[in-house]
Write a protein that binds this ligand. Structure first.
Ligand code: ATP
Ligand code: MG
Length: 598
């Protein structure tokens, strides 16, 4: 398991180092695909910054060489100096423009790559992961985290690199002009380093707080709105308002603290910059008086000294976005590091004709590293048998179903389909032969026909209608605004929970699997619909192996065999009639159900 973002705040040092290196590795991997473009970008940034750092030098040369020449009547000197200045200005400008375009291209390409990776990877991960990693967190990985990274890649990195290159070149030019002034600037860099370190440390703390507070803010909002029905039912609006106002207030306070930090840094930088300019000016001025420094050189020194501190401010300005991006990168790389717990075998075993014979032997299972739910479980389901699984809430019925569909793997023991362990089957084979319909039948956006058609890709509309008729869904589908072409997500196309289940039945019927699992699949149906489905169900079950989990015992009557599950074990096993006569749990359940019907 990777390190989740909640833990990221309380990481130990080695863990933090691991998370960092993981993040940079991801960034390097993404960047490595853009190599030619990256090389071009580096060349561009170096040349354009060199050109722009050379302006003061050209000015010094224009004043100290060009002006005397013009005074002596050599007007060509004006043209030469002006021309060179113009050329380097145009060069710096165009190359900068080109550089910006290149970084945008690189960053967009890297983001696209990352976006697809995150999507594919999240989809590939096993159910176990999705149950622990809330959908809200997955959504923020794909949205806000990638957005933060976009900011970093679009502006942050290019700004940082460009600033460093510019400062280096400007420093060199100052030293070339006059090493004494260079010394002054180097000395001024010392307090700037300290100031920047201070800002870095403080803003890290504030930033860490801001992450906690903003997560709280979003959490509060999402919880309120997703539970809006409960909020209204329990009149929680006022309490929610107060709670939200408090969290939003904390968020404001945090933002103010972060702005205040910048409010110290920026004037500090300006002050140090201006002081350095004053020292360079005063010292240079005296040297002009005694003739040891040229006027043009002093002008150039002043220009360069003023410009050398500017990038520091820029870097500080996007420092918090840099932090946000680092955090986002850590979280995204953590997600990408997760491995599916249920993996498709490298060399899947082929299946011949599948009859649907299932067998658990000595099976031990528990969710994640949680308690054992099934201990040394044995069960033999001959091909074609219709089995009803009953038992109280939490008994382990759905767990049994999910194991057969291989949403999870056993801890030990085996589960075979026609003698082949299901973890040695190709995913395609498994999905074709084992189909599970659950209570929360999910419809994808698209038409009703498309949703049924998912059962067997390539099925004709006639086959789809046939499947719908078989399970008794045809009538209501025809009554929809556009019949089979109704879009299930559009207004008017919305179908009820029961109708959704009928559509999933039709889908399962079309899929024609050897093993069919219905987990409370009829629970949303009203009694008349359930009766209609009962008839359809007989058709649906046909000669396949079927496992029907139901609280309503009406469904159980069509079963050949009933299993009563209790605490992860089969405690009663027999035909419905046998179990009723045996006077055990099932008999009691059955009696209660019969009494409730009269
Ligand atoms: N995803 C999960 N992670 C951890 N534990 C789980 C998970 N799903 C179920 N359990 C636990 O496994 C046990 C069996 O649950 P299961 O869902 O199989 O019960 P069930 O018989 O289907 O109940 P119900 O009739 O309410 O659907 C329960 O103790 C439950 O708490
Ligand atoms: Mg269940």
């Amino acid at each position: 398991m990777g390190v989740s973002n909640e833990d990221a705040i309380t990481l130990t040092k080695p863990e933090r180092a691991r998370v960092r290196s993981r993040s940079w590795k991801l960034l390097a991997l993404l960047a490595s695909k853009q190599k030619p473009m990256l090389v071009l970008t580096v060349v561009l940034v170096v040349i354009s910054n060199a050109a722009s750092a050379s302006f003061p030098l050209i000015i010094a040369w224009a004043i100290d060489w060009g002006l005397p020449q013009v005074q002596n009547g050599n007007f060509a000197a004006l043209g030469i100096t002006g021309g060179i200045y113009l050329i380097s200005a145009i060069l710096a400008g165009t190359l900068l423009g080109w550089y910006v375009l290149c970084t945008a291209k690189i960053s967009q390409a890297m983001l696209l790559d990352l976006r697809l990776r995150v999507f594919r990877h999240t989809q590939r991960l096993s159910l176990e992961f999705h149950e622990n990693y809330t959908s809200g967190r997955i959504i923020s990985r794909q949205t806000s985290d990638l957005e933060t990274l976009r900011e970093l890649l679009d502006q942050g990195i290019s700004e940082l690199v460009s600033s460093c290159v510019f400062v280096t070149f400007t420093l060199i030019s100052i030293f070339v002009l006059d090493w004494r002034s260079g010394g002054v600037v180097m000395i001024a860099m010392i307090p700037i380093l300290f100031l920047f370190r201070w800002y870095q440390r403080k803003s890290e703390t504030v930033y860490r707080e801001s992450r906690v507070v903003s997560a709280k803010l979003i959490g509060t909002f999402v919880e309120t709105m997703t539970g809006i029905r409960a909020v209204k039912a329990f009149r929680k609006e006022r309490a929610n308002n107060e709670n939200y106002a408090q969290v939003a207030g904390e968020y404001r306070d945090n933002s103010i603290r972060s702005i205040n930090l910048f409010g110290v840094l920026q004037p500090g930088l300006v002050l140090i910059g201006n002081l350095s300019v004053a020292v360079v000016l005063a010292w240079g001025g005296f040297r002009i008086l005694d003739g040891s420094l040229a006027v043009g050189v002093l002008v150039a020194l002043l220009l360069a000294t003023k410009r050398v501190f500017q990038p520091v401010e820029n870097v500080a300005m996007f420092y918090s976005s840099l932090q946000a991006a680092t955090a986002a990168l850590e979280k995204v790389s953590g997600l990408l590091e997760e491995e599916p717990t249920v993996v498709e075998p490298l060399k899947p075993r082929p299946l011949g004709t599948v009859t649907g014979h299932l067998e658990f032997k000595d099976a031990v299972f528990g969710y994640g590293d949680g308690p054992v739910i099934m201990d040394r479980f044995d069960l033999d389901i001959p091909a074609g048998q219709t089995i009803a699984v009953v038992g109280q809430t939490g008994a382990g019925k759905s767990t049994l179903a999910k194991l057969i569909a291989r949403f999870y793997d056993l801890r030990s023991g085996s589960l075979t389909l026609d003698g082949v362990p299901i973890n040695q089957l190709a995913n395609d084979d498994l999905r074709r032969h084992v189909v599970m319909v659950t209570q929360e039948s999910f419809l994808f956006s698209g038409t009703v026909a498309e949703n049924i058609g998912l059962g067997r890709p390539g099925a004709s509309i006639e086959e789809i209608i046939l499947a719908a008729r078989a399970v008794g869904a045809h009538e209501f589908i025809q009554a929809l605004p556009d019949g089979y072409a109704t879009d299930v997500n559009k207004r008017g196309g919305r179908v009820s929970a029961g109708q959704r289940q009928l559509i999933s039945f039709a889908r399962a019927f079309l899929a024609d699997p050897a093993v069919l699992i219905l987990d409370e699949a009829t629970s949303s149906l009203d009694i008349p619909s359930e009766r209609a489905v009962q008839r359809g169900l007989q058709t649906l079950l046909g000669s396949r192996t079927a496992l029907i989990i139901a609280h309503r015992l009406s469904t159980v009557q069509i079963a050949d065999r009933v299993l009563v599950v209790h605490e992860g074990n089969v405690v009663e096993d027999g035909s419905p009639a046998e179990l009723i006569n045996a006077n055990g749990r099932f008999a009691a359940l059955h009696k209660a159900w019969r009494d409730s019907m009269v």
